[in-house]
Design a protein around this ligand. Sequence first.
Ligand code: SF4
Ligand code: SF4
Length: 346
Amino acid sequence: MLDSGTHFRRGLRRTCRRISRRYRELRMIAKGLLSRNHPVLAHVIPMRRCNLSCAYCNEYDNYSQPVPLATMHQRLDRLADLGTTIITISGGEPLLHPQLDEIVTRIRRRGMIAGMITNGYLLTADRVQRLNRAGLEHLQISIDNVKPDEVSKKSLKVLDKKLQLLAAHAEFHVNINSVVGAGIYNPHDALTVGRRAIELGFTSTVGIIHDGDGQLQPLGDEEREVYAAMRSMEKSSYAQINYFQDNIAHGRENRWRCRAGSRYLYICEDGLVHYCSQQRGYPAKPLMEYTVEDIRREYRTAKSCAPRCTVACVHQISYIDFWRGPQDLTPLPASDQPEDGLVQIQ
Ligand code: SF4
Ligand code: SF4
């Protein structure tokens, strides 16, 4: 239990951080509008290993070692030199990395916005306070159901205590993402998760689970009802639901220009740049050799997977350029790709 003085000081720090975050986010949008030649968002993977094994996930293993801190520093410095604005640490499970705090500190020291996606299992009060001190600005936890099942253990029942810890100690912004779609038995669980998130003072979003290639799987009637209910919650709670998901929910394709490889970069544990978590293998060039020419080329490259894509973060980032920069190139031929490309663009 926190005393009233501690509570007041924490509230003040949260307010100051929120104002500073908003200011830097506005600066990010302005910078993104002024120049097309830099990444806005990069996902970095310091740890491919995960402590869970969700049935739908193709982004983890159970054996990888952490990427050494010095290597992570080099990659973050390279991203900063390329002009990247936001870094989201992802995985696997980033909390398994023993030097996660130093990674966050380096991101902030290089003037970038620091975020993280975690399953939340390893959070403790001390861990949250260390992330405060390191300067973390955004944290997202995805919660898939109310009770654990064979598809996912990312359950409200298991994680509610962790959410309470975050509500008590976190000075950074917390978003709880719930999901509907293939493999989730009870679509109404998403509403329960969303309501709990708002009750604890977090923001809430809903995602639609994609297939193994990040592609659209139309929702059933009940799932669409839940999706619509989450949308109405948005009005009263500031939950952010992405416009493109309206089409996905109805099984319709989206017309948009995916700027992966340019405005958005996915840096795997081996330090290669990929389009996104679902298109690993393109362009698969080492980050340390990635140049402004690569960014310009990929900005103009049309991705054939775009119409049925559900990868939310790339949709959001690509919105900055939606009215400009037609795409008249195609991805590099497969012969220019490494033989162990993980997922082939189709
Ligand atoms: S917790 Fe996240 S990274 Fe780990 S298996 Fe589940 S979805 Fe994949
Ligand atoms: S459209 Fe872009 S973000 Fe979506 S799967 Fe293809 S490369 Fe990835």
